[in-house]
Design a protein around this ligand. Structure first.
Ligand code: ATP
Length: 298
């Protein structure tokens, strides 16, 4: 029998190539930068690592390339204790994100999908045992939509709960939205899906739910999150912390939410834990290195 995982993440793994600059190059220009840092990232891998660090039994479904970055990405997932039976090494480059961080800490990012762009519905069918045995299947939009859709359908048909974080913001077919429980978005993604500014967050979460998902969550940065499900809406304040680096806060939040839903919490209770995980992640630099352990969130 396939082992049941709390959370199965079907998604992306990227090598983040990070350089700091004092000023941005104009097109055709060259500027000096800091030493290059190569760190494991990608929304899927980040969420898998975050859920595992919180003590979850987690598996990852996706693809990495047969380049050195593929080895790096596989290694970081393995060290976190994520099951990798359904992680395929595919010929060609791994996903990479070219990240330039400016003097004020703002970043500009180019994502090259690489192996993430080669995840297919057939991959999901081959991993159907893992996906179907999950309590919660976590999805994002850094792999092609046909694979996202097949994963959502496979999970739902097997009785697993589907959580979709539609990031980077993009269109989501109604058939996929209808399977989400919840849809998890930040304010920018909410505005994209609602076709305009969110306004009152609770009304926004309810409006998102009206698009089809069984439940919805909007994360609000330092202001926490708001949830909407059949029982109504709930505002969940975030703990006050000194923010050092918000990279990965959304991934820490979503991973923690998925884990607590898998353990049987209702949506508002899971979100109350998730805001603590998100807040912990902004207190440290980076994405994966900033994710808290279960011991840090008693
Ligand atoms: P990112 O893209 O930086 O990973 P995001 O835009 O997807 O994040 P946010 O809404 O900014 O998502 O943050 C997710 C969660 O992290 C929030 O709901 C909150 O719980 C926590 N968080 C983020 N920023 C702060 C902050 N400054 N103080 C406390 N908690 C924070």
């Amino acid at each position: 029998m396939t082992e049941q995982h709390d959370v199965v993440v079907v998604g992306s793994a990227n090598a983040d190539l990070v350089v700091r600059v004092e000023r941005w190059p104009a097109p055709g220009h060259t500027v000096p930068g800091s030493d290059l840092a190569v760190v494991p990232g990608g929304k899927g891998a980040n969420q898998a690592v975050a859920a595992a660090r919180l003590g979850g039994r987690v598996a990852f479904v996706g693809r990495v390339g047969d380049d050195p970055y593929g080895t790096l990405l596989r290694g970081s997932l393995e060290r976190a204790g994520v099951a990798l039976d359904a992680l395929v090494t595919t010929p060609g480059p791994s996903g990479t994100a070219l990240i330039t961080v400016g003097p004020e800490g703002e970043s500009s990012i180019i994502v090259s999908p690489g192996a993430n762009g080669r995840v297919t519905p057939d991959d999901i069918d081959r991993a159907a045992g893992v996906v179907g045995a999950a309590r919660v299947v976590s999805l994002q939009l850094e792999i092609p939509m046909p694979a996202v859709r097949r994963a959502a359908e496979t999970a739902a048909a097997a009785g697993a709960r589907v959580v979709l974080n539609p990031s980077p913001a993009g269109p989501v077919p109604l058939a996929v939205l209808a399977l989400c429980d919840p849809l998890v978005v930040n304010e920018h993604e909410a505005a994209y899906l609602l076709d305009g500014a969110v306004g009152d967050p609770a009304a926004g979460a309810a409006a998102l739910r009206a698009l089809g998902p069984r439940s919805a969550v909007i994360t609000l940065g330092a202001a926490g999150a708001v949830t909407a499900d059949a029982t109504g809406t709930a505002r969940i304040p975030a703990p006050r912390v000194r923010a050092v680096d918000t990279t990965g806060a959304g991934d820490a939040f979503t991973a923690a939410l998925c884990l607590r839903l898998a353990r049987g919490d209702d949506l508002a209770a899971a979100a109350r834990f998730a805001v603590r995980a998100g807040a912990a992640a902004v207190r440290r630099e980076g994405a994966q290195p900033s994710f808290p352990t279960a011991a840090e969130l008693p």
